[in-house]
Design a protein around this ligand. Structure first.
Ligand code: RUB
Length: 313
């Protein structure tokens, strides 16, 4: 379990972060763990899956990855291991190929000489920006710093190294600059059955500013970011992280001050022009179809799989 515990901590401390990286890493960890254990396969795998699932609550990609890998079959331990490894590899390939396809499809929606604004650090959004840049369509990018963890710095670095001109701005400068922007492109942690987007805190304020300025708001999201559980009526849990990420001890110890640090927020579908998935660019209203056709919600429905601790039962 050491390997699983170490991986879980890497997700908790955000050494591995971002919805798609977390999902890929969880699938990889389950696969590597399955290859090392001998005896008591189901029980050990279930424990490992639950530990990984309980690291961060918001990104459904983690749930979908674990759920996908844990649907292994077989009678003997060897058969089960083989099936699990095959499923994990299949999921990892899904992650890797989806990104490229999203880049291709998303870039078609970007016109020449465009200025794009992005938030946080989304590999899917960056795939769209890079592909559009390759096609000579990007003039410059506005990247928000994304307090308190400053994932925007990662975005600025990555785009800059790719040769793209980046304006790094504080989160509160979004409305100030929105008139200079042609598109907002962001990633997703979760998309609900009713087409709402759950993404890094501040995303919904950017969507508001974009709507007011009539700037198209595009979400880049692999189909494993859609949440089958929301069809069962479950609400997405918004992670609230520690006060230490926001302020130093001097402020934290003030008598009447409580620091709030939600890591994500919800953008209703009315603010979203398009969701670019690896199987097509869709309106948010089509979220239900994606869940039904891509994620096999019926099976989940039949089995009444619910969130941890018992959902592998
Ligand atoms: O909100 C974040 C990351 O939050 P955190 O840094 O708290 O994990 C990203 O925009 C999405 O996860 C999408 O990323 P990707 O497109 O790479 O899956």
């Amino acid at each position: 379990m050491d390997m699983v515990e170490e991986a879980a901590r890497k997700i908790e401390t955000m050494e591995v972060r971002g919805a798609s990286r977390i999902a890929r890493f969880a699938a990889e960890t389950l696969m590597n763990y399955a290859l090392t254990i001998r005896g008591d396969f189901d029980a050990k795998m279930k424990k490992a899956a639950e530990r990984l699932l309980n690291t961060r609550p918001t990104a459904v990609s983690l749930f979908n990855a674990i759920n996908f890998v844990m649907r292994y079959e077989g009678k003997t331990e060897e058969e089960k291991r083989e099936s699990l490894v095959r499923r994990a590899k299949e999921f990892i390939e899904w992650v890797d190929t989806a990104k490229q396809k999203i880049g291709e499809i998303g870039a078609r929606r970007i016109k020449k000489n465009s200025v794009v604004m992005t938030h946080c650090n989304s590999s899917a959004a960056i795939a769209v920006i890079k592909r559009a840049f390759d096609e000579g369509k990007i003039e410059e990018v506005y990247a928000t710093e994304s307090r308190p963890r400053f994932q925007g710095h990662l975005t600025a670095k990555e785009l800059s190294e790719y040769g793209i001109k980046v304006n790094l701005i504080v989160d509160s400068a979004v409305r100030y600059f929105i008139e200079d922007v042609d598109y907002v492109v962001v990633g997703a942690d979760t998309i609900t059955a009713n087409g709402a987007l759950i993404n890094k805190i501040g995303t919904s304020m950017i969507a508001l500013a974009a709507k007011e300025a009539r700037v198209p708001f595009i979400v880049a999201a692999e189909t494993y970011k859609f949440s089958p559980k929301t069809l069962l009526g479950e609400l997405v849990v918004i992670e609230e992280r520690s006060a230490e990420e926001v302020a130093g001890e001097e402020i934290r110890s003030l008598k009447n001050v409580r620091i709030r640090n939600p890591a994500f927020d919800a953008t209703p579908r009315g603010y979203i022009d398009l969701i670019v998935t690896e199987i097509g660019a869709i309106p948010p209203e089509m979220a239900y179809v994606i869940i039904k056709e891509r994620l096999g919600y019926a099976k989940i429905y039949d089995e009444e799989i619910v969130l941890s601790p018992n959902h592998f039962e």
